[in-house]
Ligand binder design. Structure first.
Ligand code: ATP
Length: 221
């Protein structure tokens, strides 16, 4: 269970006269399901990169359960993220030469000397629940929509305290999008994970408990 507390956060990029992100104060309770919305360029990706520790904030505090990740060096943030965050990025970051199942298991293999028992069965169950019928199929031969579902299964396999998904239904038709949305909400609920989803998909946004609306790097509500 991870609660977020942000104070005095500012992110600036060279050449931008105003901060790309300017959040004086924000908190999310542990287990909250938050939709992140806003027009193109409003700071959604910047927000995701900062709260997952992929990038470092220029100023301010970004604390998950009192652990201020903004103060950690890159290696510390990488280790924190590997332990705590399941990520679904827009470009998936899957390995084309590996099967769906191998992709889902890869982060677990990298963070454990031996796969914890039951992990392989859990990976297969998740793949079945996102509608991947052939877990042995190489990802390089899959459609974008199938890759998106593999990426969702991979984000969930470690039962992370925080799940962050950037447009997780963007490549899916209505039915597959609804199935992926169900799975994200259901599994985040089961594990008590905090869920942050950047999305333009009104049906997905509606299912979240709150909406963070960004405009020019600031929270609109
Ligand atoms: N590395 C960078 N260098 C300079 N400016 C950047 C950089 N990354 C982002 N920006 C700028 O910061 C602002 C916020 O960008 P960001 O990508 O966070 O927006 P977004 O809401 O995710 O947009 P989209 O919905 O189009 O993905 C934009 O004005 C963008 O041009």
């Amino acid at each position: 269970m991870l609660a977020l507390s942000v104070e005095g956060l500012q992110v600036r990029y060279p050449g931008l006269p105003v901060p790309a992100l300017d959040l004086p104060s924000l908190s999310l309770p542990a287990g909250e399901k938050a939709a992140l919305v806003g027009p193109s360029g409003s700071g959604k990706t910047t927000f995701i990169n900062i709260v997952t520790g992929m990038d470092r904030a220029g100023a301010g505090r970004v604390a998950w359960n009192d652990r201020n990740i903004a103060a950690l060096p890159e290696g510390g943030r990488d280790r924190w993220r590997a332990r705590n965050v399941g990520l679904v990025m827009q470009d998936f970051h899957l390995f084309a030469g590996l099967s769906a199942e191998a992709n889902v298991l890869l982060p677990q293999r990298l963070s454990h000397l031996r796969l914890p028992s039951g992990t392989r069965a859990w990976a297969r169950e998740l793949l079945a629940r996102v509608g991947i019928e052939r877990p042995d199929q190489r990802v390089g031969t899959m459609s974008r929509g199938q890759m998106q579902r593999v990426a969702v299964a991979r984000a969930l396999v470690g039962r992370p305290g925080l799940i962050v998904a950037d447009e997780p239904t963007a490549s899916l038709d209505a039915e597959a999008g609804a199935a992926v949305a169900d799975l994200l909400v259901e599994l985040a609920g089961e594990a008590g994970s905090t869920l942050i989803v950047a999305s333009h998909d009104a049906r997905l946004v509606e299912r979240m408990g709150c909406t963070l609306r960004l405009e020019n790097g600031r929270l609109a509500e």
